[in-house]
Design a protein around this ligand. Structure first.
Ligand SMILES: [Fe+2]
Length: 498
């Protein structure tokens, strides 16, 4: 009769010699008991019944007990004690390292299980530490965003990036509510795989996953695609979404949403709590930024109005500042300066003489030429102007231009006596624009020059009072526009009524 395979293996196993360290615990105990109790009893019985030699019998008992204790019981107990010590170390929060035991029975299995638990624990601790660092970084970035005025877009994108990382997502975006159009638009976004945003992507409030969060002002978890975040979504795969509203005084100003491309790994309650906390902080940061911006805009508008108020005191200078801003921008364009610098030149032109608000009317409006002392007082206007504009952060690049708009190319100007290219480029441009406009408008103490005479004067003073390259650029503009439009000269201002 042929035995079934399993029975055959079992039978074979029964007669196999197994190394002691691989022996099961129960059999080891039986073995220890055998050596330490059963064999000695048999020997004693042998002595009593068969009159064996007592000395030899005692020697045999000692050997048997020795084998039982040192080769079987002690090793087993030591292995158990090792596992117990390591377990105690884990429970007291220490990292016990790997448990190394020779046993390949239940104790060995227990040791391997402990090793696996320890390894998993260490991994979890590492993950927790990494999450802790990410949250710390996020809080610090949010803190910066709350007090930041410039570079808010970069900070918001960094926050989105770190939020996506902390929530083990692949993409994230921050969308803000456009109240007028009842829409959401993407403010900042970040994607792990470099997925690009759809240009100008907007979503109706109330539509889709993000639209729902924006309108309802409540967090939402669900399944969806990256298009919900405003991405082009080249992969098209479905994943899980977590969105929370950015709320201020019970109304939503935006939504932050994270996409995870593993549909099986849904967002947990902890994830929602973390994102909600980030969302609340971001709402404060964005509101602060908007308030700062409004305050700054109001301040700039006030200063601009102040500049025009200064001009209004003197009918001869009406419109002068705006024209200087216009000429300076034209020169900047001719020199190929960038858009931001052109804006700065315009503002500097409008504000260059704002310091005259601090000059007494009897000097400012004096119909005759000023005395030397009065001239000195009048020269203070560039420093007063600098002091007025300095606190406005958005005009910080204009400050130096105002301070130095009366410097001369040969170094004999004021207030610092700067020479040549030491004078900021914008101030050298303002100097040409300012004096050209002054020359071609009437003043109480002299009549205006013709455009041709003013051009001749600019040429004469190039390299002395003015930067020759700027004079050249300005003359090119005047000539080109005169040729294109014919008389009257296109840059001739409308003369103020007298
Ligand atoms: Fe001036």
């Amino acid at each position: 009769m042929t035995l079934p395979a399993a029975a055959s293996t079992q039978k074979k196993h029964a007669f196999q010699l197994i190394p002691l360290r691989e022996e099961r615990l129960e059999r080891k105990l039986a073995l220890a008991f055998g050596f330490m109790s059963f064999i000695p009893i048999l020997i004693i019985v042998g002595v009593m019944v068969y009159q064996l030699d007592l000395g030899l019998a005692l020697y045999a008992i000692a050997v048997s007990a020795f084998i039982g204790y040192f080769l079987v019981a002690k090793r087993m107990v030591q292995s158990v004690l090792t596992v117990a010590r390591k377990a105690s170390a884990i429970s007291s929060g220490q990292s016990p390292g790997r448990i190394e035991v020779e046993e390949r029975n239940e104790i060995g299995e227990l040791a391997r299980a402990f090793n696996r638990i320890t390894h998993d624990l260490e991994q979890k601790i590492e993950e927790l530490e990494s999450s802790r660092q990410l949250v710390k970084k996020l809080l610090s970035q949010i803190g910066t965003a709350i007090i930041s005025y410039e570079g808010i877009d970069t900070i918001l994108t960094l926050i989105v990036e770190n939020t996506v990382e902390a929530l083990e997502g692949q993409m994230g975006s921050l969308m803000l509510v456009d109240g007028e159009k009842q829409e959401l638009y993407v403010k900042s976004a970040w994607s792990k795989n470099g997925e690009v945003m759809e240009a100008g992507r907007r979503m109706k409030l109330g539509e889709g996953f993000v639209g729902w969060v924006g309108r309802e002002g409540r967090p939402l978890r669900g399944t969806g695609r990256a298009t919900e975040l405003g991405y082009a979504d080249s992969s098209g795969g479905e994943g899980v979404l977590l969105g929370v509203p950015l709320k201020l005084r019970d109304h939503s100003i935006g939504v932050i949403v994270v996409f995870r491309n593993t549909p099986a790994k849904a967002f947990a309650d902890d994830d929602e709590v973390l994102l909600s906390s980030i969302g609340s902080q971001m709402a404060v940061a964005i509101e602060n930024y908007r308030l700062n911006l409004d305050m700054e805009r109001t301040y700039v508008e006030t200063i601009m109005a102040l500049a025009l108020a200064v001009e209004a005191k003197d009918p001869y200078s009406a419109g002068h500042s705006k024209r200087v801003g216009f000429y300076a921008t034209q020169i900047g364009e001719q020199l190929g300066l960038d858009h931001e610098t052109l804006g700065m030149l315009h503002d500097a032109g409008v504000l260059h003489d704002i310091g005259k608000i601090g000059i007494k009317d009897e000097i400012l409006l004096k119909p005759t030429l000023l005395t030397h002392e009065e001239e000195k007082v009048m020269q203070q206007h560039s420093l007063i102007g600098e002091a007025i504009v300095k606190p406005v952060r958005s005009l910080h690049k204009v400050v130096a231009l105002i301070r130095h708009h009366h410097e001369r190319y040969d170094g004999t100007g004021y207030p610092s006596g700067l020479k040549g290219e030491e004078i900021p480029l914008g101030s050298r441009i303002l100097s040409v624009a300012d004096t050209y406009d002054a020359m071609i408008t009437d003043r109480p103490y002299r009549k205006r020059l013709s455009v041709d005479d003013a051009k001749a004067e600019l040429k004469k003073c190039a390299g002395v009072q003015y930067d020759p390259q700027i004079v050249e650029a300005f003359l090119r503009i005047l000539d080109a526009k005169a040729q294109r439009l014919g008389a009257p000269h296109p840059l001739s201002p409308t003369l103020p009524a007298r």
